[in-house]
Design a protein around this ligand. Sequence first.
Ligand code: FEO
Length: 394
Amino acid sequence: MAIKKIKNNVFNVGVDHWDREVFDSLIPLPDGTSYNSYIVKGSEKTALIDTVDEIKEHLLRKDLQALGIEKIDYIIANHAEQDHSGCIPAVLKMFPRSKIVTNAKCKGMLIDLLHVSETDFIVIGDGEELDLGGKTLKFILTPWVHWPETMSTYLKEDKILFSCDFFGSHLATSDTFVSDEGKTLLDAKRYYAEIMMPFRKIVAKDVAKIEQYDIEMIAPSHGPVYDNPQMIIDAYKEWTSDDVKNIVLLLYISMHSSTERIAEYMIDSLVDNGIEVKPFNVLKADIGQIAMAMVDACTVVLASPMVLAGAHPGMVSVAHLANALRPKVKNAAIVGSYGWGGNMVEQLKSVIPNLKVNLFEPVLIKGLPREEDYKRLDTLIGEIKKKHEEICNK
Ligand code: FEO
């Protein structure tokens, strides 16, 4: 990435990874990603806030040289995960007098993950400050966005919050600041859904904590800098609230069209009843899209055929993902079809213990749905509608 000036003596020397397709060997990246790394130059000291993924070390090195950085006194580690910490050993080699500044928990993780030396650290606590000379860094512990050691760094004079993954988006862009709020919000929602959502209650506390500061910009370590930070703060407040929307997330798989008929009937009927439906054929869908739909759906429907006396393995897998992501969904239904038998209801229930949901009466249909089966689906849809009218924030 070209060097991006954020403010006077504050630069993003990070890297856009335009063609990265997947993260953590799990998360699809339709827009690539970036690893932002920020230089803050005071009159006395220079700090580097987070580094970049090790595979892009050559580009970080190039930017530091192009900016004429002759010394780095402090490497601020907001997070131990290697997409931000991976080049810490290389920066320590380039600038042997520099120290890693981080909290005690992050220090331990960096030693484990990177084998850096115990003596390379300055350990700070919540609220401590570091004076660079006219630029003061204040460290704010913001745990579980999305690991236990995560923290944010606030540059007091310029009112910039360096938040690392918190408020980030997997988005490679040549823009320095957010240019398309709608696009960035979607990418940030996807990112929140994939890694922050399981810790929703703690994330809400972190949002409240950083809101005590006068923030003019949020500079995350993925995606563009927010020069209108209230936009992403308000979005996080909505996503982490207990409010759900009048939305049904319908996850389906079909083998011989029977479950597909159930899904089609439910989609049309739910829409006719004034309910928004987000249907996904699980075997074709991007799991990031499914995770995003989980952020504010009121009800999730698992629609599966039975295979070898149980749910389709693809449905077990997506149910496992939902259980891990712990969305605030309030209701769930299990529907599907079978040819000769099985018990997928108990199986799927056992996969989603983290979902604190009202489970509607399952509807299992032998073969292609008949008239009486559609009536059972009508009953289920009526129950869903009733629950949505009671609890959904339209
Ligand atoms: Fe962007 Fe949790 O690393």
